[in-house]
Design a binder for this molecule. Structure first.
Ligand SMILES: [Zn+2]
Length: 282
């Protein structure tokens, strides 16, 4: 990490180097710098973004919102039933949903394992109540039903609490609603943010590869009310970067897109970033 930061600093200082080189009559080149700091090069350009290319899994950063709708046939191919017995390394379910042929709480395998690992760690914290998985994977069809029920109960108005079909993070199989026991049977709201378990999740979820998908200060960008209970799995390196810099997933995508544009303009190998472009629908 430190090496990568140094590398980034080094790349940023490149602008100043011609001046230094004149004064000191020393020759620097980009390739020297890259070799010095071990920045990986693809094609003719280094990857200077603070998260390494191999640490960004295009599948795991998949964006679902009103601008980036998932298709109606998008179903993750590695959904697993989440173990519900904490004594067997699982996490309790608040409800047992049914969704087409699926009955129970499903998540993508890597996300389910990370959630159970996080829950095991939370069970070790003194004074914490049991955590419950309230909602996990939801299909396009299920989301459509929920959205239209919400509209019907709300005089046809979209109040921003239930996403329309294709726009739900839950369809990725990487989004999950996790609540302390005292919230398992009541409707969720922003007051949950003050619960010690939720404060802990905001501080530690990145260690398990999760981000808070809808932070309080990003409602303008995400278009969604704050949801301290909604965790989204993106992988540990991306999660550390997003949470460490106070971003939301939409902002991460903007930064990544800018980094890719620069990389390609400098002669980077298009094949190295194509999977990321494919995943973001570019
Ligand atoms: Zn949610």
């Amino acid at each position: 990490m430190i090496r990568r930061l140094l590398a980034l600093l080094g790349a940023m200082m490149l602008l100043a180097l011609p001046v230094l080189a004149e004064d000191d009559e020393e020759e620097f080149s980009l390739s020297d710098l890259v070799e010095l700091e071990e920045l990986p090069v693809y094609g003719n350009a280094p990857w200077v973004f603070p998260v390494a290319l191999e640490d960004i899994d295009p599948e795991l950063i998949r964006l679902a919102n009103k601008e980036s709708l998932l298709p109606d046939d998008y179903v993750p191919d590695d959904l697993v039933l989440v173990e519900k017995n904490p004594d067997k390394g699982g996490i309790r379910w608040a409800v047992t949903p049914s969704d087409g042929k699926l009955k129970g709480q499903y998540l993508r395998a890597e996300c389910a394992a990370a959630l159970c690992a996080m829950n095991a760690a939370m069970r070790e914290v003194d004074g914490f109540r049991d955590m419950y998985l309230k909602s996990a994977y939801r299909s396009y069809q299920k989301q459509k039903t929920m959205y239209h029920n919400r509209l019907a109960n709300n005089h046809g108005r979209d109040d921003g609490w239930v996403s329309m079909e294709g726009a739900s993070d839950h369809q990725t199989g990487l989004g999950c609603d996790v609540v302390p026991k005292n919230w398992k049977d009541k409707s969720m709201n922003e007051k949950m943010m003050k619960e010690p378990e939720c404060i802990w999740m905001a501080e530690h979820c990145h260690e398990y590869g999760f981000i808070i998908r809808y932070p309080d200060d990003k409602q303008e960008i995400t278009g969604i009310h704050t949801e301290p209970w909604h965790l989204r799995y993106v992988g540990p390196e991306v999660a550390a970067y997003i949470m460490g810099n106070g971003l939301c997933l939409e902002e991460f995508h903007q930064q990544l897109r800018a980094a890719i544009d620069t990389f390609l303009a400098e002669g980077g190998d298009p094949a190295a970033v194509q999977p990321l472009l494919d995943a973001s629908g570019q």
